[in-house]
Unconditional design. Structure first.
Lengths: 140, 217
């Protein structure tokens, strides 16, 4: 009996150790996500909402997974340079103007991208400042 | 003896409940400066009364390019604020909060909304109209007011007690406070709530029924 208890305890501890051992990549993504959330609250939430729901027809929601996936390379440009002109999100047309956040560094933008592509029902993995730099070169 | 005691305690309990229910209903404070004035009664005698700050007569163009004035808000309570359509900092949050309240009182004609634009250069009525439509509040319940810089800035600072400044050093050209001002049927200020603070907006949501109940008596 004593043996059984001890061995179960041992197994549980091993399991917890394995579980808590995240990969460094995952850890990095979590840090980006947390920082990205802070930046989101500061810069984006007033228009796009605390749940990414947008603001009626004034600001599009961030819940369109397909849009985010297809336009992931453009998000950096939208944030850095602003955006205007019609876009279609969730099947609805939005024709407003988004201001630029030109003072944000590439790492800030990467963190915001990680946050919005991994929340509100999205799960699109990590993104790096290097990728942001690459994306910004291709802005129209 | 035992019976007596329980009767006594029941009586005491009843008295307490009765007294508690007798208290006056909660009233909202009347804000702003006030002064004592001598009022002439109908019979020729005079009494001293308090004169509260009220919103003076105004006249602006709304989102349909028609004139609105005090009579538009006659016998209504309304929530006023100052904003501009290209503002991306506090205005979306303020109007998100106001929209929630707007939706709640959609069917109550006694509650109205009045947003003044402080961007007298760009926010002409047609721009306001587009903004209202996009916000989903197009109609007479929520008025968007456009006026000259002097008239809007003066009524903001002198009457609604909201600071607004045209500031060329600010990124968007204007600086203003995010107060939502609650005005009663006598045009007095009954509350000021930070439209970007969820707790204060919740308080405003609670205060509107109190103000509406006050007028029913």
């Amino acid at each position: 009996m004593r043996k059984l208890i001890l061995s179960t305890l041992f197994l549980v501890i091993i399991a917890m150790m394995v579980y808590s051992c995240q990969s460094s990549e995952q850890l990095k993504q979590d840090i980006y996500y947390a920082n990205g959330r802070d930046l989101y609250i500061k810069h984006c939430q007033n228009c796009h909402g605390s749940k990414g729901e947008g603001l009626n027809e004034l600001a599009p929601p961030l819940t369109d997974t397909v849009f985010l996936k297809e336009n992931k390379q453009k998000i950096a440009c939208f944030i850095k340079n602003g955006a205007s002109g019609p876009i279609t999100v969730n099947g609805k047309k939005y024709d407003g103007k988004m201001p630029d956040f030109a003072t944000l560094a590439n790492i800030d933008i990467a963190q915001i991208v990680v946050y919005i592509t991994n929340t509100y029902g999205n799960k699109q993995g990590t993104y790096s400042p290097e990728q942001i730099a690459e994306d910004l070169k291709n802005c129209k | 003896m035992k019976l007596n005691r329980s009767i006594l305690s029941a009586f005491l309990f009843g008295t307490v409940v009765f007294l508690a229910s007798c208290q006056d209903q909660k009233k909202l404070p009347i804000l702003g400066p006030r002064e004592a004035a001598t009022i002439k009664n109908a019979d020729g005698s005079t009494t001293v009364d308090t004169v509260y700050k009220t919103i003076p007569a105004f006249s602006f163009l709304n989102q349909d390019s028609t004139l609105i004035n005090n009579d538009t808000f006659k016998d209504k309570i309304y929530i006023a604020d100052f904003f501009f359509t290209s503002c991306t900092t506090i205005c979306p949050t303020m109007h998100r909060s106001m929209k929630t309240i707007f939706d709640k009182y959609k069917d109550n004609p006694g509650v109205m909304f009045l947003s003044h634009t402080i961007d007298f250069k760009y926010d002409h009525p047609s721009v306001l109209k587009k903004y209202a439509q996009k916000l989903g509040v197009d109609g007479s319940k929520w008025q968007f007011a456009y006026g000259s810089k002097d008239s809007i800035y003066k009524i903001a600072e002198k009457d609604y007690l909201v600071a607004v400044i045209e500031d060329s050093t600010a990124k968007e050209g204007y600086v203003h406070q995010g107060w939502l001002i609650l005005i009663d049927k006598q045009k007095r200020i009954r509350g000021a709530y930070d439209g970007t603070n969820p707790e204060q907006v919740a308080q405003l949501t609670k205060d509107i029924p109190v103000l509406l109940a006050e007028d029913k008596k």
